[in-house]
Design a protein around this ligand. Structure first.
Ligand code: NAD
Length: 369
C-alpha cells in the first residue's frame, strides 16, 4: 500500500503506529484533519486479518469523523484509532494504559473514547495515563451513556424532515416506524410517543421488544422482516448499517428515512436511488451526531444541558443540507459532505492572519488546541 499517496489523496495529516513489544500492543492512530480543532474519534479493537486491513479501517473511520464533527458545527476534527487484537481474549489493563500513553504523547491532537470492542472500563484504564479521553461514566465526570442524547438529536432531525417534506414539523399523529429497539431506538420510540406520534417498532431480540412494550404502552410491534413494508411518514433505521439497498428501497412506504444507524446506505448509489424516488434521506452522520456532541461537551467539562442545546442544532444542520440538496438538485448524502467541506474550507481561510487572543484562555470552549 502506498501510504503517502493515500494520505495525499485524502488529505490525511498524520498516522501514528504504536507498538509496545512487552505488552503486545499494536495500534494505529489516524488523524485526518484538525482544521477545526483536535481530532476526535473512538478507539476500536478488532482481530484484523492483516495490518493493511487495520490501517484501511482506521483511515476510513477517521475521515468519516472529520465530516461528522464539521457537519455538527463542532470545533473538532476527525481521527480514529484501532488496536489490533481480539477484544474477547487480548484485553488487559496494561494494554489500554500503554495505549493511553501513546494518546497522551500527542498532547491533545487526538481525543478518544469507546468504539466497537472497547468499553467504558477500557477507557477508564486509558484515562489513568492520559487526559485526552472522553466517554467516561457519570461517576468519573463523563457524560455516561450517550444514547438518550443521540435519540433526542434524531427526533430533532425527524422534525427537520417533516418540515421539509410536509411544511409542518409537528410530530403529533405522525406515523413513525423504528427498526431496532436497542439503546437509541428505545429512547427514540419513547420520546416520539410522548410527543403524540403513532410509533411502530421492531427488534430481532424479543427481550428488547418486551422491554419497550412495558415502557411504551401505545407501541405497535411488527416482525423484523415486515418493517420495510409499513406505511408510515418516517422510516427510522436504528439497528444496523447497509439497510438501504436494492432489496429494501423499492419496498419502502415512507417518504422520509431518518434514523440513528451508522452507514445506512449499502453503497453511495443507494443515496442516488432514494433521491430519484423522491424519498427524503437524512444523512446518517448528520442526524446521529448527538452521541458525538455528548462526548465533545465532555472536553469542556460535562454539562447535560449544554449537550442537549448543541444537539438541538441538528435540526438546523439538516435544514441546511436539504437547502443545498434542493438548490443544486443533488442527493442529500452529497449535500451533507459539501456542507462539511465548505465549513472546513471557510474556517481554514478565517485563520490566515494573526491575532493575539489571550482572552481565549478564559473561554476554553472556543480556544483552538
Ligand atoms: P444497540 O445494539 O443497543 O441496538 C441495536 C438494536 O437493533 C438491538 O436491540 C438489536 O437486537 C437490534 N437489531 C439488530 N438487527 C436487527 C434487525 N435486522 N431488525 C431489527 N432489529 C435489529 O445499539 P444502539 O446504541 O441503539 O445503536 C443503534 C445504531 O445507531 C447503530 O448503528 C449505532 O452505530 C448507531 N449510533 C448509536 C449511537 C449511540 O449513542 N448509541 C450514536 C450514533 C450512532
Amino acid at each position: 500500500m502506498e501510504v503517502f499517496q493515500m494520505m495525499r489523496t485524502e488529505r490525511f495529516e498524520q498516522i501514528v503506529f504504536c507498538h509496545h513489544p512487552d505488552i503486545g500492543l499494536r495500534a494505529i492512530i489516524a488523524i485526518h484533519d484538525t482544521t477545526l480543532g483536535p481530532a476526535l474519534g473512538g478507539t476500536r479493537m478488532w482481530p484484523y486479518a492483516s495490518e493493511e486491513e487495520a490501517l484501511t479501517d482506521a483511515l476510513r473511520l477517521a475521515r468519516g469523523m472529520t465530516y461528522k464533527a464539521a457537519a455538527a458545527g463542532l470545533n473538532a476534527g476527525g481521527g480514529k484509532a484501532v488496536i489490533i487484537g481480539d477484544p474477547k481474549k487480548d484485553k488487559s489493563e496494561a494494554l489500554f494504559r500503554a495505549f493511553g500513553r501513546f494518546v497522551e504523547s500527542l498532547k491533545g491532537r487526538f481525543i478518544t473514547g469507546e468504539d466497537v470492542g472497547v468499553d467504558v472500563n477500557d477507557v477508564e484504564y486509558m484515562a489513568m495515563e492520559t487526559r485526552y479521553v472522553v466517554g467516561l461514566s457519570r461517576e468519573h465526570g463523563g457524560g455516561g451513556d450517550p444514547s438518550p442524547v443521540t435519540a433526542y438529536g434524531v427526533m430533532q432531525g425527524i422534525r427537520a424532515c417533516l418540515l421539509e417534506r410536509f411544511g409542518n414539523q409537528d410530530i403529533q399523529s405522525r406515523r413513525i416506524v423504528i427498526q431496532g429497539l436497542g439503546k437509541v431506538g428505545f429512547h427514540l420510540a419513547r420520546l416520539l410517543s410522548r410527543y403524540g406520534a403513532v410509533v411502530t417498532g421492531t427488534d430481532i431480540d424479543p427481550d428488547r421488544v418486551a422491554f419497550a412494550r412495558r415502557h411504551i404502552p401505545k407501541l405497535q410491534v411488527v416482525e423484523p422482516e415486515a418493517v420495510y413494508d409499513v406505511e408510515a411518514d418516517v422510516f427510522a433505521p436504528c439497528a444496523l448499517g447497509g439497510v438501504l439497498n436494492d432489496a429494501t428501497i423499492p419496498r419502502l412506504r415512507a417518504p422520509i428515512v431518518a434514523g440513528a444507524a451508522n452507514n445506512q446506505l449499502a453503497e453511495d448509489r443507494h443515496g442516488d436511488l432514494l433521491h430519484r424516488r423522491g424519498i427524503l434521506y437524512a444523512p446518517d452522520y448528520v442526524i446521529n451526531a448527538g452521541g458525538l456532541i455528548n462526548v465533545y461537551v465532555e472536553i469542556e467539562g460535562y454539562d447535560r444541558r449544554r449537550a442537549i442545546t448543541l444537539t438541538r442544532g441538528i435540526f438546523y444542520n439538516l435544514r441546511r443540507v436539504f437547502e443545498i440538496s434542493r438548490r443544486e438538485d443533488i442527493p442529500t448524502y452529497i449535500a451533507a459532505d459539501r456542507m462539511a467541506e465548505e465549513r472546513i474550507a471557510a474556517i481554514r481561510r478565517v485563520r490566515n492572519f494573526h491575532v493575539e487572543q489571550p482572552y481565549l484562555a478564559r473561554y476554553p470552549r472556543y480556544a483552538r488546541q
